[in-house]
Design a protein around this ligand. Structure first.
Ligand code: FMN
Length: 390
C-alpha cells in the first residue's frame, strides 16, 4: 500500500506566522555552581599517545569545565595504578574479573547542590574502569541530570551509557559524547569542537538553568512550516523557540523540539488521522535513527539496523555499519541536526520504504555544511520492530 504523508507539509507555502506553546530558554554562559564535571583519568603510558603527564579524559574534562562554567571533581583511587600500559591492562582485567570496587580517596561533600553532573571516564576493556562503579554507587542520583562523556581508542561509548542509566536510578541520564583519547591529548581544538557541538545541540544553557521547555507535535509542525518558508539564517533572536540560543531558527531547533517529543514518547510527527500504525512506526524509527546519529548513541544505532546494513555517503563511498558507526563514534562524522522533508512511506507486508529528502547539518571528514540528500530508505519488520535495511 502506498500512502502519502501529506499532512506534514499541508499548507506549507502559505504559513508565515507561527506560535509556540512555551518560551525558549535564555543564554547562560557564566560560571554555573550547580554544574559539576566529575572524571576519572590516568596519566602515564597509554595506547596511541605514549607517556603523558595528564590523562586524555583529564584534558577533556578541562575543556568541558571551560565550556560549561562548571566545577571540576577528580575521581581518584587510594591505590595507585601502574604507569606502564601493559601492566595496566593486566590490573584492569583483574579488577574487572573480580568485580572490584576500588576505594576512592575523596568524596563530593556538597553533592546535593549540583543539578547537572558530567561523568567522565576512559573506556577500559569495553566498559568503565571499576573505580567508576565505586563512584557512581556512592551517591543518590535521583533528580540529577547526568551527562556521560568518555575517551577511548575505538570503542566509542560501548554500552556504558546503558550501564550508567542502570546505576543512577531516578536521574535523567543524557546520551553524552565521546572523543578519541589521542584527539583529546593531541588535538584540543577538535575535542573542543565536539564538546561545543554537543552542548549547543542539546541546549545546555537550558539544562544548566534547569528550565523545562515543553513542546507539542503542533509546535513541531509550526516550526517546520515556518522554516520551509523562511531563510534558515534569519535573525530571530528576540523570538521564542530558539532552542539552542544561537539567535536563529533552523534545523537544529527543530531537531531539539522533535527530540523532546520523542523522549516524552508523544511522537506525533504526522497527524494520526491519516497514517497507519506501521507508517507511524517507520517514521519514528527513522527519526530515532537520525537522532541517535546526532547523539552518537551507539546502542540505539545498532538496535535500529539489520546486521548487514551498509551506508552510502553522498560521495558514493559505501561503508559497513561497523565502519560507519565507528566514524561517528570517533568524531570523523558529526551530525548536528536533521530535517526530514516530504516523507512518503510505502508499506508492503513486512517490508517498507521511506522516500523524500533529509536536510543534514554535519561536519564530515573535516567539512562542515548543510546538505539536503535524497532519502530512499528500506525497512524490514523483524520480531515486530521495524529496522533500517539495505
Ligand atoms: C586498561 C585499559 C583498557 C583499555 N581498553 C580499551 C577498550 O576496550 N576500548 C577502547 O577503545 N580503548 C581502550 N583503552 C584506551 C583508553 O580508553 C584510552 O586511551 C583513553 O583515552 C584513556 O583515557 P585516560 O588517559 O583518561 O586514562 C584502554 C586503555 C587501558 C589503559
Amino acid at each position: 500500500m502506498k500512502h502519502f504523508i501529506s499532512l506534514v507539509l499541508a499548507g506549507v507555502m502559505t504559513a508565515v506566522s507561527v506560535t509556540f506553546s512555551s518560551p525558549a530558554a535564555t543564554a547562560e554562559t557564566e560560571h554555573h555552581d550547580n554544574v559539576l564535571i566529575t572524571y576519572f583519568s590516568r596519566a602515564g603510558e597509554n595506547y596511541n599517545v605514549g607517556v603523558v603527564e595528564r590523562g586524555n579524559t583529564d584534558l577533556l574534562a578541562g575543556i568541558v569545565a571551560e565550556e560549561t562554567g562548571g566545577e571540576l571533581f577528580r575521581i581518584e583511587t587510594v591505590k595507585e595504578y601502574p604507569s606502564a600500559y601493559d601492566e595496566m591492562l593486566t590490573v584492569a582485567t583483574e579488577e574487572r574479573t573480580n568485580k572490584e570496587r576500588p576505594e576512592l580517596k575523596t568524596s563530593i561533600e556538597n553533592f546535593d547542590t549540583y543539578d547537572v553532573i558530567f561523568v567522565g571516564y576512559p573506556i577500559w576493556w569495553g566498559d568503565m574502569p571499576m573505580a567508576m562503579y565505586t563512584f557512581l554507587e556512592s551517591y543518590d542520583w535521583n533528580g540529577k541530570t547526568v551527562i556521560p562523556f568518555n575517551t577511548h581508542e575505538g570503542s566509542g561509548q560501548a554500552s556504558t551509557v546503558t550501564t550508567i542509566k542502570g546505576i543512577c536510578g531516578g536521574a535523567d541520564v543524557m546520551s553524552g559524547f565521546s572523543v578519541r583519547g589521542s584527539v583529546a591529548q593531541n588535538d584540543g581544538e577538535s575535542a573542543r569542537t565536539i564538546v561545543q557541538n554537543w552542548l549547543d545541540s542539546n541546549n545546555f544553557a537550558a539544562i544548566a538553568a534547569k528550565k523545562t521547555v515543553s513542546y507539542t507535535a503542533q509546535d513541531v509542525r509550526n516550526l517546520q512550516q515556518f522554516l520551509l518558508t523562511k531563510s534558515t539564517g534569519e535573525d530571530l533572536s528576540d523570538k521564542s523557540c530558539d532552542l539552542n540560543n544561537d539567535g536563529k531558527w533552523n534545523a537544529a531547533d527543530l531537531t531539539l523540539m522533535k527530540r523532546q517529543i520523542l523522549q516524552s514518547q508523544e511522537v506525533d510527527a504526522v497527524s494520526s488521522a491519516t497514517i497507519t500504525a506501521d507508517e507511524r512506526a517507520i517514521l519514528e524509527t527513522y527519526e530515532k535513527f537520525e537522532q541517535a546519529m546526532i547523539d552518537k548513541d551507539m546502542d540505539t544505532l545498532n538496535a535500529l539496523v539489520t546486521e548487514d546494513k551498509t551506508f552510502t555517503h553522498m560521495s558514493g563511498k559505501t561503508q559497513t555499519k561497523e565502519e560507519f558507526f565507528g566514524e561517528i563514534a570517533d568524531g570523523t562524522l558529526n551530525y548536528y541536526a536533521y530535517k526530514l522533508n516530504d516523507p512518503v512511506v510505502t508499506v508492503d507486508g513486512d517490508t517498507a520504504a521511506l522516500t523524500g529528502s533529509t536536510t543534514l547539518e554535519a561536519k564530515v571528514y573535516g567539512s562542515s555544511g548543510t546538505w539536503t540528500l535524497t532519502t530512499n530508505q528500506k525497512f524490514v519488520k523483524l520480531d515486530g520492530a521495524w529496522k533500517l535495511c539495505n
